[in-house]
Design a protein around this ligand. Structure first.
Ligand code: SAH
Length: 378
């Protein structure tokens, strides 16, 4: 058998690519219907996950028959196709129903996804890289260093795995790129994963139900806004460049005025599009009334929906979360200026559901943030 590396992963290809390979769009649709069906998901039995100490991903056998794709077409292709999915190293279910997965995609490090059921629908938080090259001072993933970018099929597989865990009354319809990694540092693969997730007839997510969150990579933001209809979330996290530089070093290359000018311009070109502005609040650092007023001024002309979240502290974090009273006051000021503003309730805290925390606990050995293979920082 050919090695998986030289074969095409089923979860990677988009409908036009399948149409070309299978010779008809009907067959391409049939394949997508099967790939995201319960029948295909049932190939991944719990015992496969538990298989010993191995950290390699799991290769599933592609069945003899796939409805709507004839033997004549499938058989000659079979040797060049693979269906590989990450192995689940840990699965923690929180009291509030949040499920956090630590997944192996080969090598020492693991990635994580978090399934968050709410009333009527579930949201999956996916990872886009193993580790991250950005050095946000408050983020557990930054402690892991950088290993590699995830391939599109590894991003789609997180959805493929988690979908069957969503409660029937809350189907998985939303995906947020807020797990490990900086999605805009892996934009080609992220855009491909989005193409697959939004394709007809399956899994048919709406682009409006997908959010890509960024620490503020200006060229990537411009490309995402022009090439895709998904939502953008900007992790602003500060109201002065000085404070932001200390929290998020890439501010040096792309100051806030440039990031916000891009969003202001997009608001003029695409008045229907909202942008989420994320503010993690730290005690005494970015949570004052002055900060709230400065945020209001910065967001002038941006179609912003502000999300406030208290820092989710982890072992070794140098920061303390803001207090409830300060968070409430901050929110009042933002709302008072007519800007939509929600407080995000941290979910699954007892299972370390904040970005990077579970992987930090389950990694085999610590990684060095300056490790080779990392794209250069600006
Ligand atoms: N790199 C991307 C996506 C991953 S982080 C980004 O920066 O947006 C996803 C979100 O989690 C970001 O808004 C980030 O600011 C926030 N975050 C990271 N560490 C956190 C922590 N310890 N507590 C609360 N929020 C955190």
């Amino acid at each position: 058998m050919t090695s998986p590396a030289s074969r095409t992963e089923l979860l990677r290809l988009t409908q036009p690519e399948w149409t070309e390979r299978l010779g008809s769009s009907d067959r391409a649709r049939a394949l997508a219907r099967w790939l995201f069906s319960d029948e295909a998901r049932a190939l991944l039995t719990p015992s496969l996950d538990l298989d010993a100490e191995t950290t390699t991903p799991i290769e599933l056998a592609i069945p003899e028959r796939i409805d709507g794709v004839s033997h004549r077409v499938l058989d000659p292709l079979r040797a060049s196709l693979a269906l590989t999915v990450p192995r689940c190293r840990a699965r923690h279910v929180s009291d509030d129903g949040t499920i956090k997965y630590a997944l192996c995609v080969g090598g020492d490090a693991s990635i994580e996804s978090v399934l968050i059921p709410t009333r009527g629908r579930s949201t999956l938080c996916v990872s886009s890289q193993i580790g991250c090259t950005r050095r946000c001072a408050f983020c557990a993933t930054a402690r892991l260093g950088f290993c590699r970018n995830l391939r599109a099929e590894e991003i789609v597989a997180q959805f493929w795995r988690a979908r069957s865990d969503a409660p029937t009354a809350s189907p998985l319809r939303n995906v947020v790129f807020m797990g490990m990694g900086e999605p805009l540092d892996n934009l080609d693969e992220v855009l491909r994963a989005i193409d697959v997730l939004t394709q007809q007839p399956e899994p048919q997510l709406s682009a409006r139900n997908i959010t890509v969150s960024t620490s503020g990579i200006l060229p990537g933001m411009a490309r995402l806004l022009s090439e895709s209809r998904v939502n953008l979330a900007l992790s602003l996290n500060a109201t002065t460049d000085e404070c932001r530089r200390a929290l998020m070093p890439q501010t040096e290359a792309w100051p806030m005025t440039d990031l916000l000018a891009l969003l202001r311009n997009d608001a003029r070109m695409n008045p229907g599009r909202d942008v989420f502005v994320e503010m993690v609040l730290f005690d005494g650092i970015n949570d004052s009334e002055d900060d709230a007023h400065r945020l209001v001024a910065l967001l002038y002309g941006v179609n912003a929906r502000v999300n406030l979240i208290a820092h989710n502290a982890f072992d070794g974090s140098p920061f303390r979360p803001t207090s409830e009273a300060r968070l409430r006051r901050f929110k009042q000021i933002v709302l008072g200026a007519g800007i939509r503003c929600l407080t995000r309730v941290p979910r699954g805290q007892e299972i370390s559901a904040a970005c990077g925390q579970l992987a930090l606990r389950h990694q085999h050995r610590p990684r060095n943030p300056d490790q080779n293979g990392a794209p250069p920082l600006p």
